[in-house]
Design a protein around this ligand. Structure first.
Ligand SMILES: [Zn+2]
Length: 90
């Protein structure tokens, strides 16, 4: 019987997971437990914090300009763009 030393580490989300969840998180569509993890990550990760703020502003702007636009499609577009540019946060 080995003892586990991972503590609560597995409860932490990686930057990649957080960024995937950002849109739903900002929309309040994430389940409370996950939203808590995302919020905790944003508090400890400046990069994702900036990302969330920018994301929020972009979404707010798009909603004002184009209330009929499918934001989920937009999010996928952003993700695809990030993958193309080879950005891979640690
Ligand atoms: Zn992060």
């Amino acid at each position: 019987m080995g003892r586990t030393t991972d503590g609560n580490d597995h409860r932490r989300l990686g930057c990649r997971q957080v960024r995937r969840t950002l849109q739903a998180f900002l929309d309040g569509e994430v389940e409370p437990r996950r939203a808590e993890l995302v919020a905790a990550h944003l508090e400890s990760c400046a990069r994702c914090q900036v990302e969330a703020e920018v994301f929020e502003q972009v979404i707010a702007t798009i909603r004002q300009l184009r209330p009929d636009l499918d934001l989920a499609a937009y999010t996928r577009l952003v993700e695809a763009t990030e993958q193309l540019s080879g950005r891979d946060p640690p």
